[in-house]
Design a protein around this ligand. Structure first.
Ligand SMILES: *Cc1c(COP(=O)(O)O)cnc(C)c1O
Length: 297
């Protein structure tokens, strides 16, 4: 365990609790303002492996608002690596807040056309070198999942019946499944549309004996697709802030808490359930909204 998580707290959420259900959230967003949340947990073992292989540069890919790219730039700089970000899109558009921050931390940015970006195998091969250590888009992988398994380390989670996170690549979900107790159900809320392979991708990161544990991926809470939003989502995020002082982001954690609110209305959870939500960080993504959209940033 490389991460010092003593400043992480568990907060109870009045908006998402009622007489029969108690909901708490694990504030991984408090870890670090930049490498916040799950991304640092996912990066810790790839960084160790890169050092073992004597690589000097960490290479990965992402979009203009990627929390993974933001976290990688900072984690690489802190650990004494160079970093190279392969960014989907056009070099001529002004740098997003995320990319500017990554660049300021020393990340080299190379822009990749949408067609070339889709062909990940070729892209990866063309950047292969002894000095380079490749990290999959979004930090997907077994090393990432093993790091995410440590999110729940050192915490007494025995009172919870459900553990719930936002799902992108499934790496965080796979880590949580590994460290959950046998009676707990672990749920990933997909933030992508038509992500039909989410279950398969998550299962591929699990040791065989864990694949049949109690876990699931829930679809239907993506609000139109990755990084898409709608007024009802932003309204939910404002209500959560007003009620509990909890900041969320519209790409991941806001969709997860909004999903939980809707699931509570549908009586999805049996009476007596105790939910532990994972605040996976990523608040920097809100900078892509027009200023003033949310009462927090
Ligand atoms: C990347 C990210 C996720 C998704 O994590 P996966 O391990 O890719 O499923 C969830 N929440 C936040 C805030 C993220 O930045």
């Amino acid at each position: 365990m490389l991460i010092k998580n003593q400043n992480i707290t568990i907060q109870s959420l009045a908006l998402l609790s009622h007489a029969d259900i108690q909901t708490d959230i694990l504030r991984l967003d408090q870890l670090d303002p930049v490498i916040s949340g799950n991304k640092w947990f996912k990066l810790q073992y790839p960084l160790l492996e890169a050092r073992k292989q004597a690589a000097t540069t960490l290479v990965s890919m992402g979009g203009a608002y990627s929390n993974h790219i933001a976290a990688l730039a900072k984690a690489a700089a802190d650990a004494g690596f160079k970093s190279l970000g392969l960014i989907r899109g056009d070099a001529n558009t002004p740098l997003s807040h995320t990319l500017q921050a990554a660049h300021n931390r020393g990340m080299e940015l190379q822009f990749i056309s949408r067609e070339a970006y889709r062909d990940k195998t070729t892209l990866r091969a063309s950047y292969a070198s002894d000095n380079h250590y490749w990290i999959e888009e979004g930090g997907y992988g077994i090393l990432g999942a093993n790091g995410a398994a440590e999110i729940l380390a050192d915490l007494d989670i025995s009172r919870y019946t459900h553990i719930i996170c936002a799902l992108g690549t499934g790496t965080t979900l796979a880590g949580l499944i590994q460290s959950a107790l046998p009676y707990q159900q672990v749920l990933g809320i997909s933030v992508l549309k038509n992500q039909t392979d989410a279950r398969e991708k998550t299962a591929a990161l699990l040791p065989a004996e864990r694949r049949d544990a109690r876990w699931d991926v829930l679809h239907g809470f993506h609000c139109g697709g990755y990084a898409k939003h709608q007024p009802a989502l932003l309204d939910h995020m404002r209500r959560l802030w007003a009620s509990d002082g909890l900041p969320t982001d519209f790409v991941y954690t806001g969709k997860m808490t909004w999903a939980v609110e809707q699931l509570l209305h549908q009586s999805f959870f049996p009476a007596g359930s105790r939910l532990l939500l994972i605040h996976s960080g990523g608040l920097q993504g809100n900078h892509s909204l027009p200023p003033g959209t949310l009462p927090f940033s």
